[in-house]
Design a protein around this ligand. Structure first.
Ligand code: FDA
Length: 321
C-alpha cells in the first residue's frame, strides 16, 4: 500500500508513540483513556481474557480456518512479570491441548524475558515449546524492532533445533533479511514472512514500495522452492494475487495468514478456494502497541477507531469470516 505524505507522517508519529513506554503505562493506568481506547482495540483484539481468544478461535476453526493465538504483550521489564507471562502461555497451551486444538500459539520473546536477559527468554521458550510439542501445537516467534533481531534469531536457532515445532517471523522490509533467509532456510521451523511493522531507519529498512513487494515475492519463492514451511502473512491483495498466479498458494507447506479484523472478506474468499488460511488472534490487556501498529499501517483505521469509540457495537468482526 502506498501512502501519501500526510499518511506517512501520521504512521510515523503513531509508530513512535507506540514505542513510548511512558505513554503506554499512562494509558494502561488511566481509568478514562484505557476503556475509551479499548473500544477501538476491540476491532483487532478478541478480548482481555484467554477464554475470549479460545472462543473466537473455536468459532473460526468451525468455519474451516486455522488459527494462531497470542497472549499479547512485549518488552516485559520485571523478572516476575516474565514468569507470569510464560505461565500464561503454558496455561493457554494446556487449555488448547485439552480441547484438541492443535493449532498455533504466537509470542514475542520480549514478553517472556528477552528485555531482561536473552537466556531467560530462551529457557522460557524451551519450557513453552516442550509443552506445545506434547499437544502437537506450533509456536511462532514474532519479530520485533531491529535492535532485537540478532538476539531473537539466536534464541530461535537454538530452540528450533530441539523443537522443530518452533517457527520464526522474517521482516521483508529489513535489508539484512536477504542474508538471514539463506541461513533460516536450513532450520526446520516454519517461516512467517511479513513486510514489517516497526519504524526503522532508512539505512536498514525499506518503506512500502514496489521494491518491497518484489523482495517479499522473492522470499516466498525461495521458501516454496525449498519446500520449506511458510506462512504468507500479508493483507496485500495484489501481492496475494501474484502469488496465486505463480501457484505458490496451493502448495501443501504454504499457508496464508492474516490478522483478526483485517480483510476478513479476502481471507474468506481464499479459504473458499481451499487454500490453507489462518487467522492471527490476540487477547490480553497489553494491546496498546498492537493497536498503534494497526492504525499506522492503514491510517483510515483512525476514522474507524473514532467511530468504534463512539459506537463500539460496530467493532469486532468475527461474524464476517
Ligand atoms: P500493506 O501494509 O502494504 O497493506 C496492504 C493492504 O492491506 C492495504 O492497502 C489494506 O487494504 C490492507 N491492510 C494492511 N494493514 C491494514 C490494517 N491495519 N487495517 C486495515 N487494512 C489493512 N510485523 C512485524 O514486524 N513482526 C511480526 O512478528 C509480525 N507478525 C505478523 C503476523 C501476521 C499473521 C501478519 C498478517 C502480520 C504480522 N506483522 C508483523 C505485521 C506486518 O509486518 C505488516 O505490518 C502488516 O501485515 C501490514 O502489512 P501488509 O503486508 O498487510 O501490507
Amino acid at each position: 500500500m502506498l501512502m501519501n505524505n500526510a499518511e506517512v507522517q501520521v504512521a510515523q508519529a503513531l509508530k513512535s508513540i507506540a514505542r513510548n513506554q511512558h505513554i503506554k503505562s499512562y494509558i494502561q493506568q488511566s481509568s478514562e483513556l484505557y476503556p475509551l481506547l479499548w473500544k477501538a482495540a476491540k476491532r483487532f483484539v478478541t478480548g482481555e481474557k484467554k477464554q475470549d481468544g479460545i472462543e473466537t478461535a473455536n468459532e473460526l476453526i468451525s468455519k474451516g480456518y486455522f488459527i494462531s493465538l497470542e497472549y499479547i504483550g512485549e518488552n516485559t521489564a520485571a523478572f516476575e512479570d516474565c514468569i507470569k507471562a510464560k505461565d500464561e502461555f503454558l496455561n493457554l497451551i494446556e487449555k488448547m491441548g485439552s480441547m484438541s486444538m492443535n493449532q498455533t500459539v504466537s509470542l514475542d520473546l520480549s514478553h517472556i524475558g528477552l528485555s531482561v536477559n536473552p537466556d531467560m527468554a530462551y529457557i522460557h521458550l524451551l519450557e513453552i515449546a516442550e509443552k506445545a510439542n506434547q499437544y502437537g501445537i506450533t509456536l511462532m516467534i514474532s519479530m520485533e524492532e531491529s535492535s532485537k533481531t540478532n538476539e531473537i534469531l539466536d534464541v530461535y536457532k537454538k530452540a528450533t533445533k530441539q523443537y522443530p515445532n518452533v517457527g520464526i517471523t522474517l521482516q521483508a522490509h529489513l535489508y539484512r533479511s536477504s542474508d538471514d533467509i539463506k541461513e533460516l532456510i536450513h532450520y526446520p521451523g516454519r517461516i512467517r514472512v511479513v513486510k514489517g511493522a516497526y519504524q526503522e531507519p532508512a539505512e536498514i529498512a525499506m518503506s512500502r514500495t514496489k521494491e518491497l513487494n518484489n523482495r517479499y515475492l522473492q522470499f516466498v519463492e525461495q521458501l516454496v522452492e525449498a519446500n520449506h514451511p511458510v506462512s504468507i502473512a500479508t493483507h496485500d491483495e495484489n501481492l496475494i494475487q501474484e502469488m496465486e498466479q505463480r501457484q505458490f498458494l496451493n502448495h501443501p507447506n504454504v499457508e496464508i495468514e492474516m490478522l483478526f479484523g483485517i480483510r476478513p472478506d479476502l481471507i474468506k474468499e481464499l479459504k473458499n478456494k481451499e487454500y490453507n488460511c489462518k487467522v492471527y488472534l490476540t487477547y490480553g490487556k497489553e494491546w496498546y502497541l498492537y493497536l498503534c501498529h494497526r492504525i499506522a499501517e492503514y491510517p483510515e483505521n483512525l476514522y474507524r477507531a473514532v467511530t468504534d469509540m463512539i459506537d463500539p457495537s460496530l467493532a469486532g468482526e468475527s461474524s464476517s469470516y
